[in-house]
Design a protein around this ligand. Structure first.
Ligand code: F3S
Length: 64
């Protein structure tokens, strides 16, 4: 099974960095929090570097 990133919305501050870096994976929900809509929209490395490691509050995690 492929790994899927998920956003802990209680922690997300809506900075938008993950969406800028991986627009094919993350989008803003109606409350201004990021969410994953397509785990296959970028490589695992791109998601790791551009979203998980880049998020200022470290609220994006892998879900196996
Ligand atoms: Fe939220 Fe972090 Fe993305 S704060 S908008 S999950 S970079």
């Amino acid at each position: 099974m492929t790994k899927t990133p998920w956003v802990d919305k209680d922690e997300c501050i809506g900075c938008g960095l993950c969406i800028s870096n991986c627009p094919g994976v993350f989008r803003m929900d109606e409350e201004g929090k990021a969410e994953c809509f397509d785990a296959s929209g970028a490589t695992e490395e791109e998601i790791q570097n551009g979203a998980i490691d880049a998020c200022p509050v470290s609220c994006i995690h892998w879900q196996e």
